[in-house]
Write a protein that binds this ligand. Structure first.
Ligand SMILES: [Zn+2]
Ligand SMILES: [Zn+2]
Length: 182
């Protein structure tokens, strides 16, 4: 272990990397203490620190700007093998979760203790938030909702139209029948 490195601990016990089982070391990420693996470069972020690390205010974007930004956004193109890994604190297997809808990043999360970010993932998520990723998700959800309501309305209108046409043609037929003396 290099000089000056502090081994991460929780409740008096050292914490290990969930991926390579090496002891994590204390590192500072934007003024916040996180636990870092020297081998795989992953980062463990405690539940209460996570909000701070992701408290990035994106500028106000218009919908068009968000769409443009989203087109430029490149998710981390790394195939992560499906493997459940233990929480460094409680050792229970963590949940695998896609961060947001479009970030393309799958993180390992213990709902009680925190989140494990593989090398580069935290930075990528910060970039995603900064470039309006969350705003884009909200907008896309609203658009989906709008489209769903719209298509429901359209099908309802065409159903009513069909019904009206049916009624109309029946009364037209009745008229024709009565004119022709049937
Ligand atoms: Zn590691
Ligand atoms: Zn845990």
């Amino acid at each position: 272990m290099e000089e000056g490195l502090k081994i991460a601990q929780r409740a008096g016990r050292t914490v290990q990397c969930p991926k390579c089982a090496k002891p994590l070391i204390v590192a500072i990420e934007e003024g916040w203490e996180v636990d870092f693996c020297n081998q795989c470069k992953g980062i463990w972020v405690d539940v209460w620190e996570e909000k701070e690390l992701l408290r990035i205010k994106p500028e106000a974007f218009t919908m068009d700007e968000l769409k443009r930004l989203h087109a430029f956004y490149k998710p981390l193109g790394k195939a992560d093998p499906v493997r459940y890994v233990p929480c460094p604190v409680c050792k229970e297997l963590m949940n695998r979760k896609i961060w947001g809808s479009y970030s393309g990043i799958i993180i390992d999360k213990c709902y009680k203790h925190g989140t494990w970010y593989d090398d580069g993932e935290l930075t990528k998520i910060q970039e995603y938030v900064a470039s309006g990723g969350i705003e884009y998700e909200k907008m896309a959800m609203m658009e989906d909702g709008f489209n769903a309501v719209n298509s429901k309305l359209t099908s309802e209108v065409s159903r009513i139209n069909q019904k009206l046409i049916g009624i109309y043609s029946r009364s037209k037929m009745a008229q024709l029948y009565s004119l022709s003396g049937f």
